[in-house]
Design a protein around this ligand. Structure first.
Ligand code: SF4
Length: 623
C-alpha cells in the first residue's frame, strides 16, 4: 500500500523491549489509518479495567497515510490512551509539526507504548535503531527545554513529543507538547506519559514515502492547490492566524512582536509563531489566540500575558483547566473556604500570580497540590460548601466555550454541544461544521454539509423538510464523522485548512495515496466505525474524574450538564436566540445518539448499528 510507512512499533517499557509488526492490510482498510487506527490499536492494547496511570494503560501515537506526503496540512498526529483527567479512552490531536512525517520516514505509522520504565527514559526512534535512553538529566525540565535539548541530538532533524514538570508530577490536566508548537493532550496525556517515566519520544528518518498511484494523486492535488492559491483570505490567515477568528489582542500588538510564523509540514497557512519580546526573548506559540488568552481574564500587559502562556506550555499545563482551577480557587479563598497555606494571593488578572501558581501546581507545592486537582478536584474537596460559586464542569472538566468559560460564545451549535458528547469531556472536535461560524444563514448549510460528506438522505433530518430548522444533535454526528475522516487521513481539522478539503476529495486522495479502493460511502462507513468503536470502548465508563458512577439525570440522557448553560445568562438557541433549555439540550443529545445508531438514552451503540459496521458488542471486528 502507498501512503503508509508499513510498520507499527510496540514498546514495552517495563521489559525494555521493542517489536515491529506489519499489521494486516485489512486493519488499514477498516480503520483508514491515523486517528482511526490509533483508536483500534488502543482498544486492543488497553484492558477495560486498566487505570489511566497504571502500567497496564497504553499510549498509541500515530499519523495517517497522507502525513509525510505533500498534501496540504497533512501533518496531523494523534495519541489515544485512557486519559488521566476524564478516565475515558480518548484521543489527543496535534497540528503535528514535523514529528508525524519523521516518524513515518523512520518506517512507522504507529507506536504502541505499554508498561512503566523503572527510571526516567526517552524513546528514540530512527530508521535503523530503536532505543530507550536515560532521561535522568531531562527529568525536572520543561517540555520546551526538553525539546530544545533533544532536538540537538546528532543525526537529526528530530520530531519531539515531550512532557513538562506537570506530567512528571501526574497533574491530571497535564499535556504533552509536540515540536514546541503544538499541544498533544487535553485530558491528561502528560500525566499518563509521566506515570510511565517516559519523558519524551523522538523520531527521525529519511526513508521518504511513496503514494500508490502518482498520476491520480497529482490529479486530485492540482485543483486543491489551486483553490488554496486563489483563496482571497489566505494572506490574512497567514498574517493573523487564529487571531482572525478570535481577536483577543489588537492586531498591531501581535504583529509588533511576531518574529516569524511557523507551519506544520506541508501547511500553507502556518498559524503558529515565534514571538520576540524585550531582551530578545523568543517564545513559540501554539496559536496567537492561545498566547494572549490571559487578556480575557484581565491581564493588561500583552507581553506578560504571553509569558504566562509560554510558562504554562513549558510546564505542560492545559491552559483552559488551569484558568478554571484558579478562578474557582480565588472564589474559594474569597469565601474563606480555601486556605492558601502561606502561598501568594490568587489573582487571575495578575501575570505574577498566574506564574507563581502555575509553578506550584506543576510541582504540587503547598496549595498548588489542591489546585492540581483542577476544577473537579476542588469540587470534590469543597463542593458541598462551595455551592453556586463552582464554575461549570462537564464530565469533571472545565468547558472551554460558553457561559462561565474562557471563550464566551453563547450560541449553542455543534462545538458547544460537542463539549457534552466528546468521550474525553469538553474539547474542540466539531471540525468546521457551519455552526462554528455564528449566524450563518441556513441557506448555506446544504452546500457546506455536502462538502463534509453528509449524505443527501440525512439533510431533511438535520434541516427539516423545508430547510428551515436545525437539529444540532444530528449535525454533530456528521461533524464528528468529518473530524474522524480528516484525522484518520492525517489532515489538520482547523477551519482555515479543512475548508479546502471535501469529503469527495478525501475519498479520491485516500484511494490515490494508499491504493485502497474507497468510495464516499466506504469512507463514511469507516469513519462511523472509528467513532462507534470509541463509543463502545467508553460504554459503561464513569466519565467523571472522581471515579463515581455516572448517573444520567432524570428525564433524559447525558452527563450532568452545567446549570450555568441554562437561563438568561446561559447559551442561546442557535436559530431563535432564545435561552437554551435543559430539555432542548437533552433532546439534542438524544438526536445525536439516534443519528449515530446508538441508544438515544445511554449512547450505547445498538446491535443493528454494530452489525452494519462489522463490529461485535465488545468492539471486535466481525468481517
Ligand atoms: S493550520 Fe496550524 S495546526 Fe493546522 S497544519 Fe497549519 S500550522 Fe499546523
Amino acid at each position: 500500500m502507498g501512503g503508509f510507512a508499513g510498520k507499527t512499533l510496540f514498546v514495552d517499557l517495563s521489559k525494555g523491549t521493542f517489536e515491529e509488526r506489519q499489521l494486516p492490510d485489512e486493519l488499514y482498510r477498516r480503520y483508514l489509518g491515523g486517528l482511526g487506527l490509533c483508536i483500534r490499536l488502543a482498544c486492543d492494547a488497553i484492558a477495560p479495567t486498566a487505570e489511566p496511570l497504571s502500567p497496564e494503560n497504553a499510549v498509541v501515537i500515530g499519523a495517517g497515510p497522507l502525513v509525510g506526503t505533500d498534501a496540504p496540512a497533512s501533518s496531523r498526529v494523534y495519541a489515544v490512551s485512557r486519559l488521566a483527567q476524564s478516565r475515558t479512552m480518548g484521543w489527543c490531536g496535534a497540528g503535528g509539526g514535523r514529528f508525524g512525517a519523521l516518524l513515518k520516514y523512520a518506517g512507522y505509522d504507529h507506536v504502541v507504548i505499554t508498561g512503566r520504565a523503572a527510571k526516567p527514559v526517552y524513546l528514540k526512534i530512527t530508521q535503523s535503531a530503536i532505543s530507550l535512553e536515560d532521561a535522568a538529566g531531562l527529568w525536572g525540565k520543561g517540555a520546551h527545554q526538553t525539546t530544545e535539548i533533544l532536538g540537538r541530538t546528532p543525526c537529526g532533524p528530530w520530531g519531539v513529543v515531550a512532557i513538562g514538570q506537570a506530567g512528571e508530577n501526574l497533574v491530571p490536566y497535564s499535556m504533552a507538547f509536540l515540536d514546541k508548537a503544538s499541544t498533544l493532550g487535553r485530558g491528561g496525556l502528560g500525566a499518563v506519559l509521566g506515570s510511565k517515566n517516559l519523558k519524551a519520544v523522538i523520531a527521525s528518518g529519511r526513508k521518504g514515502l511513496a503514494v500508490a498511484d502518482k498520476k491520480a494523486y497529482r490529479a486530485v492535488l492540482r485543483p486543491l492547490m489551486n483553490s488554496i492559491r486563489e483563496y482571497p483570505h489566505l494572506a490574512e490567515w497567514q498574517e493573523l492566524g487564529l487571531l482572525k477568528s478570535l481577536p483577543v489582542v489588537e492586531k498591531e500588538v501581535y504583529l509588533a512582536h511576531k518574529k516569524r510564523r511557523i507551519a506544520c509540514v506541508s501547511c500553507p497557512v502556518g498559524d503558529k509563531d515565534v514571538m520576540e519580546f524585550p531582551g530578545a526573548e523568543t517564545i513559540c506559540s501554539t496559536s496567537a489566540a492561545n498566547l494572549f488568552l490571559p487578556i480575557i481574564y484581565g491581564v493588561k500587559d500583552p507581553v506578560q500575558a504571553a509569558r504566562v502562556i509560554a510558562l504554562l506550555d513549558d510546564l505542560g499545563l492545559d491552559l483552559y483547566e488551569f484558568f478554571g482551577a484558579l478562578v474557582f480557587g480565588a472564589r474559594l479563598v474569597d469565601a474563606r473556604i480555601l486556605d492558601l497555606a502561606g502561598g501568594p494571593p490568587i489573582k487571575v488578572d495578575s501575570a505574577e500570580s498566574l506564574a507563581a501558581w502555575a509553578k506550584k501546581i506543576a510541582l504540587r507545592q503547598g496549595a498548588g497540590n489542591l489546585l492540581a486537582g483542577g476544577v473537579a478536584g476542588l469540587k470534590d474537596a469543597f463542593g458541598e460548601k462551595a455551592g453556586d460559586i463552582c464554575p461549570p464542569t462537564v464530565k469533571g472538566m472545565y468547558p472551554y466555550v460558553g457561559p462561565g468559560a474562557p471563550l464566551p460564545w453563547n450560541l449553542f451549535g455543534t462545538m458547544e454541544l460537542g463539549q457534552a458528547l466528546d468521550p474525553r469531556g469538553p474539547h474542540v472536535a466539531a471540525s468546521g461544521s457551519p455552526t462554528y461560524f455564528a449566524r450563518r444563514p441556513l441557506s448555506v448549510f446544504p452546500k457546506h454539509l455536502a462538502r463534509m460528506g453528509v449524505p443527501e438522505e440525512a439533510l431533511p433530518r438535520i434541516l427539516g423538510p423545508d430547510n428551515n430548522s436545525l437539529s444540532v444533535g444530528r449535525l454533530l454526528k456528521y461533524s464528528h464523522a468529518w473530524f474522524a475522516t480528516l484525522g484518520s487521513l492525517g489532515v489538520c481539522a482547523r477551519a482555515q485548512i479543512n475548508r479546502f478539503y471535501s469529503h469527495k476529495l478525501c475519498a479520491q486522495i485516500y484511494e490515490a495515496a494508499t491504493g485502497i479502493k474507497t468510495s464516499q460511502e466506504d469512507l463514511r462507513r469507516r469513519a462511523d466505525r472509528v467513532w462507534t468503536l470509541l463509543a463502545l470502548a467508553n460504554a459503561g465508563e464513569t466519565g467523571a474524574s472522581d471515579g463515581k458512577a455516572f448517573q444520567p439525570p432524570k428525564g433524559g440522557p447525558g452527563p450532568d450538564l452545567p446549570t450555568q448553560w441554562f437561563g438568561p445568562a446561559g447559551f442561546k438557541n442557535y436559530l431563535t436566540d432564545e435561552p437554551l433549555t435543559r430539555d432542548e439540550a437533552l433532546t439534542m443529545m438524544a438526536d445525536y445518539h439516534s443519528e449515530q445508531g446508538w441508544d438515544p438514552v445511554t449512547g450505547t451503540p445498538l446491535p443493528e448499528c454494530l452489525k452494519a459496521l462489522g463490529l461485535d458488542s465488545s468492539g471486535k471486528d466481525l468481517e
